[in-house]
Design a protein around this ligand. Structure first.
Ligand SMILES: Nc1nc2c(ncn2[C@@H]2O[C@H](COP(=O)(O)OP(=O)(O)O)[C@@H](O)[C@H]2O)c(=O)[nH]1
Ligand SMILES: [Mg+2]
Length: 218
């Protein structure tokens, strides 16, 4: 039998008085400054809110990013992703509220009801809410749910503006036809003032300047 060679024992450290009494060395830790909150999330408490509302996937988050010049609001190819309200700083006086989308067919009905209730609460309980931007996808034929929503805002005297999104996406012929139907519909509503209407594309960066000027004056 081959015997393993015995391990040599390490010689025991002598416990001199030096080892016993010596205080532990203090390890200096670098204190990191707290991560600073990006300016765009520093919403002034006095700022009024402009809410971006529209069907899921209409381009709310993309438009916010375009207007703010940075990718901060989460965008998604999968409708129904934004479930909560996110606030972003536009300037000292105005903040943007990225709202949950309404009317996405695949979302269960109870949940939609819940969102509608949340939206209603937001409209009527938040005194900072000053203006709604209703986003409408102009690349698809007008949808009743969007028309109902605009009519509902007018009925409830909620200040709003219409923003047609995805201007790049449709062929001009289709876009003109959709715009025509919308124009007829909006004219049929009993507005006592000129409704402001904007046309934008977050993809090709069109129309943002005009919208920013308008929002700067709110
Ligand atoms: N072609 C085109 N696509 C857009 C435009 N704006 C948004 N999208 C796309 O539409 C999808 C939904 O956009 P998102 O901003 O997340 O919509 P939200 O659900 O309303 O917030 C994403 O795939 C975007 O890239 C646009 O102006 N033109
Ligand atoms: Mg979104």
């Amino acid at each position: 039998m081959i015997q393993k060679p015995m391990k040599k024992r390490k010689p025991e450290k002598k416990m001199g008085h030096k080892n016993q009494l010596q205080p532990k060395k203090l390890v200096e830790r670098k204190v990191r400054p707290p991560k600073s909150v990006p300016k765009v999330l520093q919403v002034s408490p006095n700022a009024v809110k402009v809410a971006f509302i529209g069907r899921s996937n209409v381009g709310k988050s993309s438009l916010i990013n375009y207007l703010l010049g940075q990718t901060i609001a989460k965008t998604s190819k999968h409708p129904g992703k934004t479930r909560e309200i996110s606030l972003f700083r536009f300037n000292e006086k105005v903040s943007f509220a990225d709202m949950p989308g309404y009317g996405y067919a695949k979302v269960r009905k109870e949940r939609r009801q819940q969102w509608d209730n949340d939206l209603l609460k937001f409209f009527f309980n938040d005194e900072k809410l000053q203006h709604i931007l209703v986003l409408i996808d102009i690349s698809i034929p007008p949808m009743t749910i969007d028309q109902d929503f605009v009519a509902w805002l007018l009925e409830h005297n909620i200040p709003h503006t219409v923003v047609f999104t995805k201007f790049d996406k449709a062929k001009q012929k289709d876009r003109d036809s959709h715009l025509n139907i919308w124009s007829g519909f909006l004219k049929s509503l009993p507005y006592s003032y000129d409704l402001a209407i904007f046309e934008v594309s977050s993809l090709t960066k069109k129309g943002g300047g005009e919208l920013k000027d308008f929002l700067g004056k709110i």
